[in-house]
Design a protein around this ligand. Structure first.
Ligand code: SIN
Ligand code: CO
Length: 412
C-alpha cells in the first residue's frame, strides 16, 4: 500500500531570525512559501533537507515548462549542451549521448523514451529564473536545472542519485515511486544506473505544479503518464576523494603546498646500484617526508572552494557583446536599465575575496555593491547611478560587461 505523503503543519508562524534580511528578489528564509508547501525555507531545511523526501502539491501553481518541447529538442542539438536519450523499447534499456539532431529523436507518438537535457539554466533566462527560486540553498551547492521530456511510459528506470534534487512537474503527469532501501546494488548488464532490486514504499502521481524533494540515495522511479516534462533542480555534493584531488591540485598550482620553498628533490648519498629498476627505499622515505610538510589553512580552503565552485563547467562559453559599448555609453545605459549577472555567471564571496567565474580577487573596500550583485544577481538602475560616482566600480563593471559576464537590464 502506498503511504501517505509526509505531512507538514502548513502556515506555521515563522521562528524569529537572527539572520540578516535577504536582499530584495531573494526567497526570504523566514517567509512561508507555497514552493515548500507553506513551510518557510528555514523550516524546510531543518526538517527535510538531506533528511527525508517531501511531496509538495502545487508548489508552483500554474507553472508551464520554462522551455517548450520543441525548444528542448533544439537545445539537445547544440554541441555545448549535455543531453541524453534513454529508450526502453521492447523492454530493453538503451542510453545515447547528445547532441541529437531533432530528426534523430524517436517520434513523439512512440512510447517509452525520454530526453534529458542538463544545464538548461545556462541557455535560457526563464530556466535560470526558476532556479533562482531555490536560492534559499547556498549557490555553492546549486548545480543546474535539468529538464526531461518523456512520452507515455518513458523514464530512466529505478535508480538513486548522489545529490539532493527537487523534481518539479511542469507538463503532463508522472507516476513517482520512491523507497529508502539499503540495497543500492545496480544491474550490471545495463548501460545506465538501474537498481537491481527496487523496493518502492511510497507512490504519487504528480501533476503540473507538484514537486517532490529527494535527499541523496533515495531510490526513485518516475514513469510518464502520457507526454510529460519534469524539471530537476540538482545540488552538487562532491565526494571526499574529488575534493582532496582538486584541493591538492589547487595548492600545487599556487605553490601553496610548500609555502614558496619549492626545494628540488636531492639524493647526494645515493649509492651506485646493481638493480636499477628497483624503487629505492630511501627515495620513498624522503618523498614521504616532503609530503608530510604540506600545510594549508582555512584561507587556502576557502580560496580553493570559491575558485573551484565558481569555475564554469567545461562546456560553458561566454559570449562577449559583438559591439561592446565604451565605458561612458555603458554607464549611461546601465543608469537607465541596471545590470545583471549573465545567467552563466557564478559569483561567490567569502570574507576576504570574491570569486567570479573561477577567478579570485580581493573584495574592494566599497564591497557592499559587490555582495548585493552576487546575492541579487542584479543591480537596479537607481543603485547603479549611486555607484557610478566611483570610477573604479564602473571600470570593473564595464570590464565584466565586455567579457560577457554581466549584461544590461533587470533581473532575469
Ligand atoms: C527524469 O526527469 O526523468 C529523471 C529525473 C530523476 O529521476 O533524477
Ligand atoms: Co534521479
Amino acid at each position: 500500500m502506498p503511504k501517505r505523503p509526509s505531512d507538514h503543519p502548513a502556515g506555521q508562524r515563522a521562528t524569529p531570525s537572527r539572520m540578516p534580511a535577504p536582499a530584495s528578489g531573494l526567497p526570504s528564509p523566514d517567509q512561508p512559501t507555497p514552493l515548500l508547501g507553506g513551510l518557510t525555507p528555514t523550516q524546510f531545511m531543518r526538517r527535510y533537507w538531506q533528511k527525508k523526501p517531501f511531496l509538495i502539491r502545487q508548489a508552483v501553481p500554474g507553472i508551464a515548462s520554462p522551455v517548450t518541447r520543441d525548444e528542448l529538442f533544439k537545445l539537445a542539438g547544440n554541441d555545448d549542451v549535455e543531453s541524453r536519450l534513454v529508450t526502453h523499447f521492447r523492454r530493453r534499456w538503451k542510453l545515447d549521448h547528445g547532441p541529437f539532431d531533432t530528426t534523430a529523436l524517436p517520434r513523439t507518438a512512440q512510447r517509452d523514451w525520454t530526453l534529458l537535457v542538463q544545464g538548461v539554466d545556462l541557455h535560457d533566462d526563464r530556466a535560470r529564473a526558476l532556479l533562482n527560486r531555490f536560492r534559499f540553498v547556498p549557490d555553492a551547492r546549486l548545480d543546474d536545472l535539468m529538464i526531461s521530456y518523456a512520452t507515455d511510459g518513458g523514464g530512466v528506470g529505478p535508480h538513486f542519485d548522489s545529490y539532493d534534487v527537487f523534481l518539479l512537474q511542469v507538463h503532463g503527469k508522472r507516476h513517482w515511486r520512491i523507497g529508502a532501501q539499503r540495497d543500492l546494488s545496480l544491474r550490471e548488464d545495463l548501460p545506465l544506473k538501474v537498481l537491481a532490486h527496487f523496493e518502492p514504499e511510497e507512490e504519487w502521481i504528480l501533476e503540473p505544479g507538484d514537486m517532490l524533494y529527494l535527499p541523496p540515495h533515495i531510490a526513485h522511479d518516475g514513469i510518464a503518464i502520457g507526454e510529460c516534462m519534469t524539471c530537476s533542480v540538482g545540488f552538487r555534493a562532491p565526494s571526499a576523494s574529488e575534493l582532496a584531488a582538486q584541493f591538492l591540485y589547487y595548492l600545487a598550482e599556487r605553490g601553496g603546498a610548500h609555502r614558496g620553498q619549492d626545494a628540488l628533490y636531492s639524493d647526494p648519498k645515493q649509492p651506485a646500484v646493481s638493480e636499477p629498476a628497483q624503487l629505492p627505499a630511501a627515495l620513498v622515505e624522503r618523498v614521504g617526508a616532503i609530503l608530510t610538510k604540506i600545510r594549508w589553512n582555512q584561507a587556502d580552503v576557502s580560496g580553493f572552494l570559491g575558485a573551484w565552485l565558481s569555475e564554469p563547467k567545461s562546456n560553458v562559453v561566454f559570449e562577449p557583446p559583438t559591439r561592446p559599448l565604451n565605458e561612458a555609453a555603458f554607464v549611461n545605459r546601465a543608469s537607465h536599465d541596471g545590470v545583471r549577472l549573465h545567467r552563466k555567471t557564478v559569483l561567490l564571496y567569502d570574507i576576504h575575496s570574491y570569486f567570479l567565474n573561477g577567478e579570485e580577487n580581493s573584495l574592494p573596500s566599497s564591497k557592499k555593491w559587490l555582495l548585493d550583485l552576487a546575492n541579487c544577481r542584479a543591480l537596479s538602475a537607481k543603485r547603479f547611478v549611486t555607484l557610478s560616482h566611483d570610477s573604479s566600480v564602473t571600470a570593473l563593471l564595464h570590464e565584466w560587461y565586455c567579457a560577457g559576464w554581466i549584461e544590461l537590464g533587470g533581473l532575469a
